[in-house]
Ligand binder design. Structure first.
Ligand code: DGL
Length: 264
């Protein structure tokens, strides 16, 4: 099989990376996807850099051994903490730089970043933004309660809106005009977040921006698939019904099957 016909690997700590799969599917409808959700070790967002780096290296190696032609580290926390240390013979992409670049393109000078505690602690978004434009003001805040609320299926719930408001008020008080959704789960909260931030703030969805980057790079490397029967395969390090339920909502399907895998 020509490398271009091989799947794109996508990995996340859990279900949230499927927002990246959905974005890839919209942009690259001929591509097969091999997804790895490290559900046994979720959450990454509260773990140390050393641990997240170890998990990320193993996950990338798992995808490579399964024959993917390129890999997307959909997890913001893994991208923020581990990307700079990674080595692999295949192309791989993180979500921080594409998100930062889009934020810099859109802003009038004040960017807010919301993400997990580990991503905010790493300062990766602020660094990536300032590498592109040192004049931009960046205000960041960790929102640790939002991931569990999404996992609970409370995307569109007044409780979630109230919690989001508590997190976002300090950023809004600083006059942000652009908000980076720096976590795989947050695109699922767009409707709720829009109610909180109003119409004037541009929201940057890292799922969309990384999909655009992957499309451009695969075209450049002559690795785009021309097949007509793309396949989707979902591997999990812990199989549970909650994943299937949320996955079917995100991908708008009702027959998702998963394979249990051990990457330890
Ligand atoms: N995937 C993580 C991220 O994008 C969120 C979930 C977790 O904490 O593992 O940062």
């Amino acid at each position: 099989m020509a490398p271009s016909a091989n799947p794109i690997g996508v990995f996340d700590s859990g279900v949230g990376g499927l927002t990246v799969v959905a974005a890839l599917e919209r942009r690259l409808p001929k591509e097969s996807i091999l997804y790895l959700g490290d559900t046994a070790r979720l959450p990454y967002g509260s773990k140390s850099a050393t641990t997240v780096r170890r998990y990320t290296r193993r996950n990338l190696e798992f995808l490579r051994k399964r024959g993917v032609k390129a890999a997307v580290i959909a997890c913001n926390t893994a991208s923020a903490l581990a990307l700079s240390d990674l080595e692999s013979p295949m192309p791989f992409f993180g979500v921080i730089e594409p998100g930062a670049a889009e934020a810099v393109r859109s802003t009038r000078g004040k960017i807010g970043v919301i993400a997990t505690a580990s991503t905010i602690g790493s300062d990766a978004y602020a660094r990536a933004i300032h590498a592109l434009d040192s004049e931009v003001e960046v205000s960041s805040t960790a929102c640790p309660l939002l991931v569990p609320l999404v996992e609970e299926g409370w995307h569109d719930d007044p409780v979630t809106a109230e919690i989001a408001r508590r997190y976002l008020e300090p950023l809004l008080a600083k006059g942000i005009d652009t908000l980076v959704l720096g976590c795989t789960h947050y695109p699922l909260l767009k409707t709720t977040l829009r109610q909180v931030v109003g119409e004037e703030v541009t929201m940057i969805d890292s799922a969309e921006t990384v999909a655009a980057k992957v499309a451009a790079e695969l075209a450049r490397l002559d690795l785009l698939s021309s097949g007509d029967n793309p396949e989707f395969h979902f591997c999990l390090t812990d199989v549970n019904n909650r994943f299937r339920h949320l996955a079917e909502t995100i991908l708008d399907c009702d027959d998702l099957t998963t394979e249990w895998v051990d990457v330890l």
